[in-house]
Write a protein that binds this ligand. Structure first.
Ligand code: LLP
Length: 404
């Protein structure tokens, strides 16, 4: 993804051409970038021969998941819908893990019938329901138990999941009690210890602490877990200012852990695989000058891309066509939705813009389209995949007739 003669290209296709073909707003992914991210992930962690389960919640586009499956990944799902999607995309149930604090009995039954690799359970009550289903079927179900390691992931508080006041997993004492009890169960087999301390983690130290907590509890239990599921959370850099996770340091910490414990490692990455592979292309509907700043009113809105409104997340905005004119005014990029939080970014040094110009938001591949909604009864935007010169429609724009 780069400018060629001041025009932005994804692989061999210009965004301008795509905008003419599909109209705006639309999501556009680079196949090459997805492939590279997976290769990069494998080059850092491949030595552990892990099972890499893509976190479907980060991107629920069926056609995209098919590509990700073809590149060798399994799936981490958190609902029956995501599980059905993963199976429909052709992912083998033996490469699927199911997390989440509130799986219903019918969701659990569905997962058990599909014989997925692991249900990572997050409470004693959930375990009791799984045991009841297994008993009724007179079969054995493989489960993981999610530990809440009380580790601060040092990320945004809204996406932090590993502290004791977060709803996720069970504390050390409960974990030990559950494993000890289930050793005698005829219907449940505890195969996995799972953890996931948060998302957009850019410092390796919380991961080191997490591994130390896991190591300590396994030592206490003297129990052999076939799998240790380390979750996802690897952060990416949104814009130039942000730190990057040191993969080598995280990998070294896992190596140290692996020397003591022979369990197979599972990862559940979402953002690190798909985050920086996509752009959201949008057209400027109006410019509105309120004297102190100019509102750049885009045709993309918080219903397309929720992260800025929900977490105050910043996504870089760039022009599709570069010019050399600097604007003297502050630009505030906003959407048309009737909420003051429908705002993407403020920028002081943007090039001069005019109504009808095209711009794009960067790094929207993860938690972009999957968090999109029909708020203000706006149809969801199409998703396009570029592979060299090939243009593939992953999802069409929703039709108003179908959502009214
Ligand atoms: N595994 C579990 C159990 C999770 O809860 C999550 C994310 C992942 C894996 C994948 O994490 P990742 O590698 O993508 O960081 N909507 C927020 C992020 C929420 C993450 C929820 N759980 C955002 O837009 O930043």
């Amino acid at each position: 993804m780069r400018y060629i003669n001041n025009n932005y290209f994804i692989e061999n296709v210009s965004l301008q051409r795509l905008a003419k073909k599909f109209s705006t707003p639309f999501y556009c992914y680079s196949y090459e970038k997805i492939k590279k991210n997976i290769q990069n992930f494998n080059s850092k962690f491949g030595k552990f021969s892990p099972l890499v389960c893509f976190a479907i919640k980060s991107n629920t586009n069926l056609n995209l998941i098919r590509e990700i499956k073809n590149l060798g990944l399994g799936a981490d799902v958190v609902s029956k819908g995501e599980l059905m999607l993963a199976i429909k995309a052709g992912i083998s149930p033996k490469k699927i893990v199911f997390s989440g604090v509130g799986k219903t009995e019918s969701e659990l039954l569905y997962a058990i019938n599909k014989k997925i690799l692991l249900i990572n359970s997050e409470s004693e009550s959930e375990i009791n329901i799984i045991e009841k289903i297994a008993k009724k079927k007179n079969s054995t179900v493989d489960i993981g138990i999610r530990l809440n390691p009380n580790t601060d992931a040092k990320t945004l508080k809204q996406i932090s999941t590993g502290k004791k006041d977060n709803k996720f997993g069970v504390d050390e004492k409960t974990f030990i009690k559950l494993v000890s009890r289930l050793k005698k169960s005829k219907f449940l087999k505890v195969k996995c210890l799972s953890v996931h301390i948060g998302s957009q983690i850019t410092n390796h130290k919380p991961y080191e602490k997490m591994l130390a907590a896991v190591d300590k509890i396994i030592d206490k239990l003297k129990f052999k877990f076939e799998y240790v599921d380390l979750g996802g959370g690897m952060g990416i850099s949104y814009g130039k200012k942000q730190n990057k996770l040191n993969y080598n340091k995280y990998s070294n910490a896992i190596e140290k852990f692996k020397k003591k414990h022979a369990s197979k490692i599972i990862f559940e990455p979402g953002r690190s695989i798909i985050g920086d592979t996509a752009l959201l292309v949008s057209k400027i509907i109006y410019l509105k000058d309120n004297n102190s700043k100019v509102f750049v009113i885009l045709d993309a809105a918080m219903n397309d891309m929720m992260r800025p409104a929900l977490y105050g997340a910043e996504h870089q905005i760039l022009p599709v066509k570069k010019n050399k004119l600097k604007s003297k005014k502050n630009y505030e990029f906003v959407g048309p939705i009737c909420e003051s939080t429908d705002k993407f970014l403020s920028s002081k040094n943007f090039q001069k813009l005019k109504e009808g110009d095209l711009v794009f938001l960067c790094d929207v591949g993860a938690y972009g389209s999957s968090l999109s909604s029909n708020y203000n009864l706006r149809p969801k935007s199409p998703e396009i995949l570029i592979n060299k010169s090939k243009i593939k429609v992953l999802k069409k724009r929703q039709r108003l007739e179908n959502i009214i």
